[in-house]
Design a protein around this ligand. Structure first.
Ligand SMILES: Cc1cc2nc3c(=O)[nH]c(=O)nc-3n(C[C@H](O)[C@H](O)[C@H](O)COP(=O)(O)OP(=O)(O)OC[C@H]3O[C@@H](n4cnc5c(N)ncnc54)[C@H](O)[C@@H]3O)c2cc1C
Length: 601
C-alpha cells in the first residue's frame, strides 16, 4: 500500500531556519500579517488535507482515468466531492488577490502546499494549479471589468481556468498558431481554431471553465509578435454572473496517455466562441508569460512532489523488505535476512531521492521568495535583483527538478525491485506521472535555451553574475568556518568555474550560434547542481550550528544528506562541464545525406 505523509519537519526547517521566511514577510505590507505561527498552522492543515482528502484518491484516479462522453468529461470517482471540500475550505483562493476574494498568501508558503498536493495526487493538483495560473494572468493584464467578473468566481472554486496554447502543428513554436480572433462591434471577439492537449479543458469539477486562449487578430504581424490573448468562457455569464448561454468552446475528445490519468487532457474546438481580449493586441505572449512562468515553477514543484512521494515509499519499503545479509555481517539476527536498507547500493538510491527532494525544496522556496519580492516588495534595487534571479532560476526549477524528479521516481521502482514494476505498490504510477513534467510547459531543451540564450548570454552574463556574486559572498563569509570547509571549498571552485564555462560558450557562440544549443542542456544541469549545492551549504550552516538539543538527530541527518549531495551527486558537474566543452562539432558533423534530409544542417 502506498503511503504519504507531508514532510512538515523539513518544510519548517527550510522555511523558518534556512530562509527565515517570516522575517521577509514582515518587511512587506502585503504579507506582514503572515507570522511563523500562522504559517506553521497552515502547513499543518495543508498536510491533513493532502494526506486525508487527496492522497486516498490517487490510485483510483490512475486506474479509472477521465471519461469523455459526447463533449462532457467525467473525472475519476471522488474527485468532484473532494474538489468541493477543497474549494469550500478556501484552498482555491490561497494566494489570490484579496481585492477579489483571494487570501493573499505569499508564494513562499503556497509552494509548500503545492508540493504536498503533487505528492498526494498530482492529477488532482493540476486542476487548481491551472486555475490559479489563469487568475494570475487575468489579475495582471485584464481590464478591471473582467477581473471583477471572473476572479471572485475562480478564487471561490465555482469556476476553473485553462491555458490554451498548443495546436496540432504548433507546440514549442507558438508563433505558427492558426487560431483566429475576429473583432465584434461590441468590443468582444469571435475565436475560431483547435487547441490540443489542454489540461482541464473540460471536466465535471466546476460549473464553468474559463479558457485563456492565444489567437491572432486579422491584421496581426506574422510569428510570435502577432499573438493576442483572449478570455473565452464555456458558458457566457448571465446578468447575475452565473453560467448562462453556452459558448462555442467544446471538448472534441480527451487523450489516452501514459500518466496523470486523472487529469483531463482535452482537444478543444473553438467555433466562433465569444471572447474578450486580455492586455493589448499582439501582446498576448507577454501576457501569457505571467501564466507560463507560474506554470513553469508549478511543474518544477510537480517533479519535486513526485520525488518526495517516491522517496517516502522507498524508505518505508527498504526498512521492511528482507533480502540477503549485510556485507559486514548479520545486522538483524532475529530475522531470516537483513532489511535491504543495510545495503550500500540501496542507500545510494534512497539518498539520491532524499538529497534531490530536500535540495529541490530549498530551490523552490528560494525562487518563491524572489517571486514574493517581485510581487510585493517596494520598487528599488532589491526588487530588480529579485526579478533577475527569478528569471534565471525559473528555467532551472522547471527543468532540473523534473529531470532529477524523473530519475528519482525511477530509482523508486529500482528500490522495490520487481515489486516496483507491478502496479500494487504505486511506484510505477509515480514514474508515469513524472514523465510528462520534462515535456509540458516547455521541454527541458527549451528551458535550457531560455536559461543559456535568453537569460545568461543575452544579458552578457550579467544575470548570472548577480547570483554568482551572492554565492561568492557566502563562501567568503564562511571561509573560516571549519565546520563548513567540506562544502565551501568545492562550492567556491564550482562557482568560479560556472562563470568560466559561460564565458567559454559565449566566445564560441560568436563564431557559431549552434554552440549555444549544443551546450544548453548540460549547462542547465550544471547550473542546477551548483545552485542546489549553494542551498545545501546554507542548510549545512544552519544544521552545523544546531547540533545539540531536542532536534539534534534531524540536524545530524541534514548534515549527512548535504555531505552525500556534495560527495555523490555534485561530481556530476564534471561530466556536464566536459560535455559543454566538447562543443557542437560531433553533433552537427553528421551530413544531411546520412540523416536522409534534403538540406544541409
Ligand atoms: C498531458 C499534457 C498536458 C498538456 N497541457 C497543456 C495545456 O494545458 N495547455 C497547452 O497549451 N499545452 C499543453 N500541453 C502541450 C505541451 O506544452 C507541449 O506538448 C510541449 O510544449 C511540447 O510541444 P510539442 O509536443 O508540440 O513538441 P514539439 O514542439 O514538436 O517538440 C518536439 C521536440 O523538439 C524539440 N524542439 C522543438 N523546438 C526546438 C528548438 N528550437 N530547439 C531545440 N529543441 C527543440 C523539443 O524540445 C522536443 O524534444 C500538454 C501536453 C501534454 C502531453
Amino acid at each position: 500500500m502506498a503511503i504519504y505523509k507531508a514532510p512538515l519537519e523539513d518544510m519548517r526547517f527550510v522555511l523558518n531556519d534556512v530562509f527565515k521566511a517570516d522575517e521577509q514577510w514582515a518587511t512587506m505590507p502585503a504579507t506582514a500579517e503572515v507570522t511563523r505561527d500562522l504559517s506553521d498552522a497552515i502547513l499543518e492543515e495543508a498536510g491533513k488535507m493532502t494526506e486525508g482528502l487527496l492522497f486516498p484518491l490517487n490510485r483510483e484516479g490512475d486506474e479509472q482515468g477521465c471519461q469523455w462522453n459526447d463533449g462532457d468529461v467525467t473525472t475519476p470517482e471522488g474527485f468532484k466531492a473532494a474538489f468541493k471540500t477543497f474549494a469550500e475550505n478556501g484552498w482555491t483562493a490561497f494566494s489570490g488577490n484579496p481585492e477579489f476574494g483571494g487570501q493573499g498568501m505569499p508564494k513562499s508558503l503556497a509552494v509548500l502546499f503545492e508540493e504536498m498536493m503533487h505528492s498526494a495526487n498530482s492529477s488532482f493538483a493540476l486542476y487548481p494549479a491551472l486555475t490559479s495560473g489563469a487568475c494570475l494572468a487575468i489579475d495582471a493584464h485584464a481590464s478591471e471589468a473582467l477581473k471583477a467578473q471572473y476572479l471572485p468566481k475562480l478564487y471561490s472554486g465555482e469556476w476553473s481556468g485553462t491555458m490554451c496554447l498548443t495546436e496540432p502543428h504548433s507546440g514549442t513554436d507558438l508563433g505558427i498558431g492558426r487560431t483566429k480572433a475576429e473583432p465584434n462591434d461590441d468590443g468582444s471577439f469571435n475565436i475560431t481554431g483547435t487547441k490540443i492537449f489542454i489540461t482541464g479543458g473540460e471536466h465535471d469539477l466546476t460549473s464553468n471553465h474559463i479558457h485563456l486562449v492565444l489567437a491572432k487578430l486579422p491584421d496581426a504581424p506574422a510569428g510570435s509578435k502577432g499573438i493576442s490573448l483572449f478570455l473565452v468562457p464555456k458558458f457566457l455569464p448571465d446578468a447575475d454572473n452565473n453560467p448562462g448561454e453556452r459558448n462555442g468552446a467544446t471538448c472534441g475528445s480527451i487523450e489516452h496517455k501514459m500518466g496523470i490519468k486523472g487529469s483531463a487532457t482535452c482537444v478543444m474546438n473553438f467555433d466562433s466562441a465569444k471572447g474578450w481580449i486580455i492586455g493589448e493586441p499582439n501582446q498576448g505572449l507577454a501576457c501569457m508569460f505571467t501564466m507560463m512562468n507560474a506554470a513553469r515553477l508549478g511543474v518544477g514543484i510537480q517533479g519535486l512532489g513526485l520525488m518526495e512521494a517516491s522517496f517516502q515509499n522507498s524508505l518505508s519499503y527498504a526498512r521492511d523488505r528482507l533480502q540477503m545479509r549485510g556485507l559486514s555481517g548479520v545486522q538483524a539476527p532475529d530475522k531470516v535476512a537483513d532489511p535491504i536498507i543495510v545495503h550500500p547500493d540501496v542507500r545510494r538510491m534512497l539518498l539520491t531521492q532524499k538529497a534531490f527532494a530536500e535540495g529541490g525544496r530549498m530551490l523552490v522556496l528560494y525562487t518563491a521568495q524572489m517571486l514574493d519580492i517581485v510581487e510585493h516588495g517596494a520598487p528599488g534595487a532589491e526588487k530588480e535583483r529579485a526579478e533577475t534571479l527569478l528569471g534565471l532560476l525559473t528555467p532551472i526549477v522547471k527543468a532540473f527538478l523534473t529531470e532529477v524528479g524523473f530519475e528519482c521516481t525511477n530509482e523508486g521502482v529500482q528500490i522495490f525491485g520487481g515489486h516496483g514494476f507491478i502496479k500494487e505498490w504505486g511506484m510505477e504510477q509515480l514514474v508515469r506521472d513524472a514523465r510528462i513534467t520534462r515535456l509540458y510547459e516547455g521541454t527541458t531543451g527549451i528551458q535550457a535555451l531560455d536559461l543559456l540564450g535568453r537569460k545568461v548570454l543575452m544579458s552578457q552574463g550579467e544575470s548570472l553574475k548577480v547570483f554568482t556574486k551572492e554565492i561568492h559572498k557566502f563562501c567568503k563569509a564562511e571561509a573560516d568556518n571549519s565546520a563548513l570547509k567540506e562544502f565551501i571549498e568545492p562550492l567556491a571552485k564550482l562557482n568560479a568555474e560556472w562563470g568560466e564555462l559561460t564565458m567559454g560558450i559565449g566566445m564560441k557562440a560568436m563564431q557559431d550560434r549552434e554552440e549555444v544549443g549544443a551546450a544548453s542542456v548540460d549547462y542547465l544541469m550544471y547550473s542546477g547542481y551548483v545552485t542546489v549545492a549553494y542551498l545545501f551549504a546554507r542548510a549545512a550552516k544552519q544544521a552545523a550550528a544546531s547540533q545539540d538539543g531536542d532536534d539534534a538527530a534531524f540536524y545530524k541527518t541534514k548534515l549527512n544528506t548535504a555531505r552525500f549531495y556534495y560527495q555523490r551527486l555534485l561530481p556530476r558537474t564534471k561530466a556536464h562541464a566536459a560535455m559543454i566543452q566538447a562543443g557542437a562539432g560531433s553533433l552537427m558533423a553528421i551530413s544531411s545525406e546520412d540523416f536522409g534530409l534534403g538540406f544541409e544542417i
